[in-house]
Design a protein around this ligand. Structure first.
Ligand SMILES: C[S@@+](CC[C@H](N)C(=O)[O-])C[C@H]1O[C@@H](n2cnc3c(N)ncnc32)[C@H](O)[C@@H]1O
Length: 218
């Protein structure tokens, strides 16, 4: 892309940001990202988070989902957040920095959870986009495999998974895999998710637990 085109694109992005009502509201309310409203809208409709909910927030930085979760969860609930990037602390949230697809990081998350099963897995992780379709699908697939694999290790029977994807082959495949592991799976596009974005969320409810040949069957 030429320098001129890049400059125009970033100017358009900045103008869109300024006009976006969710960006303005996030600033006014001291929230770290407009993504706060996506989780809020999904939670208000599907009642995912209660005071006693034990949850992980995967791809948590800069921290608006953690801010939302921490406001709703109280003892004995728990919020553990993970990101590749650093994240300023959010009171009530245990943050771990690392690559969630790295087995050692996943084990650290399980340790932070004290091996107690989770009620809810949230993933807002997004891979770096290269612009090369096959590469981007492969990166997305690695992330979604890690998310679903984690559910088999840590999510209780009847538990819930909310995971972000971009419409495409990986989303289709993930929906099929979630269909085998959850009683109900649906695609959600909250109002705060930009209409022109291919972003969708898959919500799986009623986790069936790991099959006998797949790790921990708790
Ligand atoms: C859209 S942002 C999340 C925004 C966040 N939900 C919020 O409300 O502030 C996506 C995040 O996923 C993280 N991420 C992407 N791949 C990851 C990985 N393999 N492990 C951990 N975090 C990852 C990125 O670093 C980025 O901070």
């Amino acid at each position: 892309m030429s320098a001129g085109k890049r400059k125009r694109k970033s100017g358009n992005w900045a103008r869109r940001q300024e006009r976006d009502p969710f960006v303005r509201k996030a600033r006014a309310d001291g929230l770290r990202a407009r993504a706060f409203f996506k989780l809020e809208q999904i939670d208000e409709k599907y009642r995912l988070i209660r005071p006693s909910t034990r949850l992980v927030d995967l791809g948590s930085a800069p921290g608006s989902w953690s801010q939302y979760a921490a406001r709703k969860v109280a003892d004995p609930g728990q919020v553990v957040a993970v990101d590749l990037l650093p994240m300023d602390s959010v009171p009530g949230v245990t943050f771990l920095q690392g690559d969630f697809t790295d087995q050692a990081v996943l084990e650290q998350v399980l340790t932070a959870l004290d091996d107690t099963p989770l009620d809810l897995v949230l993933s807002d992780m997004a891979p770096n986009i290269s612009g090369v379709r096959a590469t981007d699908e492969a990166r997305a697939e690695v992330l979604q495999d890690a998310v679903l694999g984690f559910c088999f290790r840590a999510l209780r029977r009847g538990g819930v998974l909310l995971t972000k994807l971009f419409e495409g082959e990986t989303a289709t495949r993930m929906r099929r895999h979630m269909g085998e592991a959850f009683d109900h799976v649906q695609a959600i596009k909250p109002a705060a998710s930009r209409a022109r974005s291919r972003e969708i969320y898959l919500l799986g409810r009623g986790f069936r637990g790991a099959p006998a040949n797949q790790g921990d069957t708790r």
